[in-house]
Design a protein around this ligand. Sequence first.
Ligand SMILES: [Zn+2]
Length: 87
Amino acid sequence: MSNNFLDGKPFVVTEEHLKLPWAGKGRIAFSCGFCPRQFELGDTVRWVYVESAPNTFVCTEHDGPDVAERFREHWLTVIRPILDRWA
Ligand SMILES: [Zn+2]
């Protein structure tokens, strides 16, 4: 598999994506940045470049023109405080 998804266009999850070792501590979990559900075969997913916060994948439900903006806010107010607490 190539890193085609880095172009930020929507793609459909294949078996190959699911074999990648992305889940786990210190890695990019293969799930939407807004919902905890891991992506499954056939899901449509988009990789989002986010300024001043980690990049993320997003599901179709949470995608939108302002998704990078919303994820940065979500990261700063929800995710990072949780990570800090467990650090
Ligand atoms: Zn989502």
